[in-house]
Design a protein around this ligand. Sequence first.
Ligand code: NDP
Length: 328
Amino acid sequence: TRTPVNVTVTGAAGQIGYALLFRIASGQLLGADVPVRLRLLEITPALKAAEGTAMELDDCAFPLLQGIDISDDPNVAFDGANVALLVGARPRTKGMERGDLLEANGGIFKPQGKAINDHAADDIKVLVVGNPANTNALIAQAAAPDVPAERFTAMTRLDHNRALTQLAKKTGSTVADIKRLTIWGNHSATQYPDIFHATIAGKNAAEAVSDEKWLADDFIPTVAKRGAAIIEARGASSAASAANAAIDHVHTWVNGTADGDWTSMGIPSDGSYGVPEGLISSFPVTTKDGAYEIVQGLDINEFSRARIDASVRELAEEREAVRGLGLL
Ligand code: NDP
């Protein structure tokens, strides 16, 4: 029997946590042959709700689930963690300025980064889901100087998946036909879903669409504003699709991208494509054996350049703001 993999989930009692934990415990995160131990982190007032979720997990009798620990102490919850999904964050509430939001999240992600630094397993992989995800990931990463920076990632896979379906619908194809789509930049309204390198059943997607107006006025805003559209329709923010994307992100990171395809991940920039080093920005990446690499050598046309630059500018501003708050 294999040693269980320790998976820490923060904000475990929240909506996304509820949609996520059962899939992790059933083997969809790491594989049907990989036993897991869940470590749930919550703020003190939500511990009881987390216990309720743990009771339901018990009641599923998942053969792979080797144990559940619940804590409000990051030093306990990240102890021995191999995978950490940082979902809990301070949501923006009415009248809150961006600086207030970044400061509140600094108070969450800085201590969590330090706890990861001090207590996580050597092979720790971190995915930040809680918004502003890219900058929260940067705060956590900066607080963990002993962990290789590339282990801190931010989720843009939901944007990627949303873009796949929008493109499939427009072209009458299926998502399985589409490869090499890219989300660039920040997981925010400035993100840039890029179809210029994408293929649909082997043919260039931008040529197949051949409609720059649809691209600029329909596709890009639809993908970027999908979260708000879900809230409008459902009366609550997306949860199952966000959890699904978190599963996809980690599964792909661990198990690899398919030959000839790539995915999108928010990762610390090495300076590729003019993205300032250290910013956690979304790139096209291939993964293999638990590591990822940025896809190199793509031609970036003017249409794409302007949009990538705008999103990256926003990331740089967020970095300046958290620097100003002493969080880096
Ligand atoms: P959700 O589970 O719905 O969302 C959690 C976070 O994920 C939010 O920051 C949300 O950002 C973000 N997110 C990222 N992508 C998406 C997406 N596509 N759709 C929706 N959300 C997305 O929030 P809940 O309020 O239900 O639960 C949060 C839980 O976290 C609570 O139980 C709270 O107690 C806990 N928490 C735990 C902390 C800790 O463990 N230390 C710290 C802070 C909170 P956005 O707000 O922008 O939608």
